[in-house]
Design a protein around this ligand. Sequence first.
Ligand code: CAA
Length: 390
Amino acid sequence: MSTVVRPLLGVVDEQCREIVALAREFAEKEIAPHAAEWDATKTCPREVMRRLGELGFMGLKISEEYEGLGLDTLTYLMVLEEVAAADASVSIMLSVHNSLPVSMLEAHGTPEQKERWLKPMARGEVLTAFALSEADAGSDASAIRAQAVRDGDGWVVNGEKAWVTNGDIADLVVMMVRTDSPEDRRGAKGISTFLVPAGTPGLKPGKVEDKMGLRASRTTSLHLSDVRLGPEHLLGQEGQGFIYALSALENGRLGVAAQAIGIARAALEHSIRYAQERRQFERPLADFQAIQFKLADMATRITAARGLAHEAARAQDLGERVTERASMAKLFASETAMWVTTQAVQVFGGYGYMRDYPVERLFRDAKVTEIYEGTSEIQRIVVARGLYSD
Ligand code: CAA
């Protein structure tokens, strides 16, 4: 396959090259061949997570002190792209785990919380979920209603979280709930983050959502009925949970950008191969300029999306604040993935509309990248706000 559509490995250091090569080999051999079956059966075997754990991929962003790989953001995004090119469902499980709970625990966990959770997370023994959204609080995330009420030195929590990736298979849920009181609402400052282990009495996953795409990744609601949490479950400071969540979502959005780039790249690579094999009017499709221009535009947009994401990653690795750039990368990459997969279905014609060909799944998988971890409209709001600030 042409290297033009792949990330340039000549411009990264040797450690990055080796990890990306390992990710590509694993993704091509052990994930891609099963992606259609896992999509159809709506499951990804836990064994895959175990293998990813063995390779260190469940601890991509966990510091070495806690047995993770401690990767920089650039390498992390390149690994996610490789996995997403094989199966976007597996990449979102990895991305949610590494971008959201990992970054929140690394940034705000006590030494005891880090010791207890980060090491088994890095080994792949503990899979995590991030629970922010609720049925009536999606884009308007600070409008959540799940409520924690003080009880001695701990809390009792009631409520319902929605659309939680890994919801029924996570061993630990990093959850945002209100800790202000109904009489004294504090908006975004009335939200705190709790570490809620699976199996905590009163915590129950709801039905597994029947989704358009990413069908091998599990998405559920979570019911909380009188869930008792001691002080050791609070992450960071009371009232700071929303800010922690938005800050972690910057990493999440970069992860989704890498996922979208991987989906788009896979769609392009399938299209190039198909255009060379499929003959119409006694010539391969690849000989028609209409197809050549499509493929050239697909490649150009993917490379531009990757450039944006990698620039944001490099800046974050140097300690820069990348709020707007992460949103730009997610916005552009997800809209690129939707556009590229639409073109890919067109290149495949009638076959592209059939489940027997992978571009149909890629098209379905692409859509949610414009929705979750902040819709395209929310990303535009974040970018526009940045334009008006000093
Ligand atoms: N980092 C740190 N702090 C931030 C921040 C960031 N990136 N963005 C905002 N904040 C702070 C603000 O400074 C503010 O604090 P101060 O009052 O001290 O200044 C506080 O957070 C509240 O910010 P806003 O007033 O801007 O909040 P808002 O209610 O206007 O919301 C929003 C802003 C951008 C619309 C935000 O709600 C948002 O991003 N919504 C989208 C929600 C989202 O992305 N959901 C994803 C669900 S999770 C998911 O999809 C995961 C999965 O499983 C796949």
